[in-house]
Design a protein around this ligand. Sequence first.
Ligand code: ADP
Ligand code: MG
Length: 878
Amino acid sequence: MAKISPMMERYQEVKSENPGTLLLFRMGDFYELFYNDAEIASEVLGLTLTSRDRNSPNPVAMAGFPYHQLDNYLQKLIHAGFRVAICDQVEDPKKAKGLVRREVTRVVTPGTITEDELLDPRTSNFIACVAPSGTVLGLAWLELSTGRFLISDIEPALLQDELARIHAAECIIPEDEAGSTQECVAEQDLGGPVLTSRPSWCFAHDETRRVLREHFGTNTLEGFDADEDSPAVTAAGALLEYIRETQRSALGHITRLETWRRHRFMIIDEATRRSLELTSTMRDGRREQSLLGVIDETKTPMGARLLADWLSNPLTDIEQITQRLDAVEELLRDVALRDELRTSLRQIHDLQRLTSRVATGRCSPRDLSSLAVTLGHLPCVKDRLAARSAQRLHTLEERLDLCPEVRTAIEDALIADPPAAVADGGVIRSGFHGQLDELRELAKGGKQWIAAYQATESERTGIPGLKIGFNRVFGYYLEVTGAHLSKVPEDYIRKQTLKNQERFITPQLKEYEDKVLRAEEQSKALEHELFDSLKEEVAAHVARLLSTAEALAEIDVLTGLAALAETAGYCRPELTSEPTLDIREGRHPVLDRLMPAGEFVPNDVLLGVSNSSANAELSSGRLQIITGPNMAGKSTYIRQAALITLMAQMGSFVPASDARIGIADRIFARVGASDELGRGQSTFMVEMTETARILNSATSASLVILDEIGRGTSTYDGISLAWSITEYLHDETLCRTMFATHYHELSVLTQTLQQASNWNVAVQENNDDVIFLHRIVQGAAGRSYGIHVAKLAGVPRSVTERARTILDTLENDHINQDGRPSVPQRETGRQKSRQLSLFELPEDPLLDEIRNLEVDRMTPLEAMQELHRLRKQLTDRT
Ligand code: ADP
Ligand code: MG
């Protein structure tokens, strides 16, 4: 084997210490990748693939980029899902004896990013860890950029929902469980986390507890309200160990473990989140047109992240919700208060992430300066919040800690607008440190002398263009152009000859150069020291700063919700524990804001509202069946009911003129297979699996939104399933249900189901025009609709009339002699022999074809062609 160089030996060593990562190896001004890493990088980053030791029999593949482009390339690699180890030169190459020492300074993975440039300021970036233990899973999750650290024991079946709720970027799992856990987690390209497997000893009971105790400096973990033996604690320990390994820095901002209590929050599973488009849209995964996107009026990144957290975790406790609503209402009423707070908030930086960078020792002078600026706005905020009546505002005011000593320390030490890096100096304020001032004077004096020296020398030698320059190789020099070389005096020492000029030095020049450079070097070193001790001083207050940041985030969210209520014309919802939903003139929060003002048609939603209530002309049981043609507005209507409920429970005002919301313990939303675009696996199986989960887990306090369920199979299958699902929800689950369907057949269900009511979307039919009014009215949909459109499209009259006769036959057959739907009653075995006549029709296959025509989606021409085809089939038979 060919002998490898000491540097490549070191490379191999580092590489083997960091398995599963791409290794960026610093060489001079470049980061280089070798072997397989180089090939991956050339593909992902578009770098040119070259080779090292080109002349050797087996050259090594190599690719690299200049060190100052690290952030840019790092971002691409992380987004592509890679883990990257950064190996830096940890000693000054000038001072190194032999090979420069190189160490991995940090391992960056999708879940452990802390750089502002790599993070979306308005989105939390969590890393999760799963520790399986018998029938339970321990789950821990941490946001490294803010220090928030939570744990919870969950049932394995809930893992995917939980990871979706947390929106984890990366998830750690034990190696030997990798296969089985992987199955529970959504695939990466569907927004699931990057999976990182770790050896099982990282999950050992004693080791994980030791890691946690050591980090928190406690003898027990009971203080965190955590059961020491729970698997969640195992997950937390394994997670923290991983963080320590990858970060290699202080983690002082991780100050506590929070135990997550699921029952305090509305449960929303992953499919529901997706179909309600809470934080991103189904079509393109973007935030802007999601619910979060349109309700976000926050002014700070901390507020934006907390708002997303509230939206992902609506509350179930009326008392807690009321506290938030009280605060929003007060901020809505008091315009001056709201405006002043928002003016301050606009100028406040991301105190959470700034503080975390202080804790990990990675903060820049600019970070500290931003921190001081932020603290500077606090007195005003605190002042405004004093003596408010809403209790929550009062609590927040108390939690705002002005941290005046931190602010003073930074303002005293740093110049007003410091550079991003401390390396070049010019960070510390003059007058702050006597010795630093002296050194700076010295350097400055030296420079002044040198400037003056140029003038004197030019005069002495009679060389008009004599200039003094500086470079790193031989410091200060005198530069003489070719024309004047004859005038160069004897005491000049030649250093370099260039094309049109020569460079010289003199002993005097060197003497001052020494003074200048030494003073500059010393002052930079001193600035470094002073800055480091300032960082330490600030780091001592991390816990206070973080708690203040939390309070600021909440003030921002509440103020933002008030501003939203004002601009979008929302009302304060009334919350009740009764299983009811009474929304007057409700609007879909997203469409309402995206459509031109006034164009969205408001609708009432009544579920479980008794006749005796104020508006008695309408009544509705707890189950609504909404029928109507495509594009009428069914989906919009049922979604808006779910979204308004959710907004109310997160503590927001809602888009309606009046709303009485019964607390929902869970919201389920399901979209029929064919409605769910853009998901590869839009199979009927998925639809039914998800439906099964609803039937198995909804309670009488849940709100269930079903959209075109049963569409993914044949018509009869579909109707039968939809029928029996509706019956089950009505009779067994007793939950509030809204079922949008284009199966008109289902509207007869109201005749057997006491709590069910029919609703449809009003359509205005002028002679030759049909307008969707998007207004939801009580009653079943008119059924002549499709045939009406066919008529408008110019379908021959004999055909539409025949179609009407067929339709009438079909419809009449749904109802038996005593006017009930001709389906056997549920549960009464005696009647089981009576067949559902719907399924008994002497079917002509042509009828089914006609029934399935999507007439309202056809162009007149297509309709004509279809009719010709149908008629041809008929005539072919005779
Ligand atoms: P369906 O589910 O009945 O096929 P959708 O709810 O998907 O219909 O609505 C179709 C389109 O109609 C929506 O994209 C929207 O543009 C419009 N729409 C629906 N409801 C309303 C409304 N209440 N006011 C105004 N436009 C509406
Ligand atoms: Mg629809």
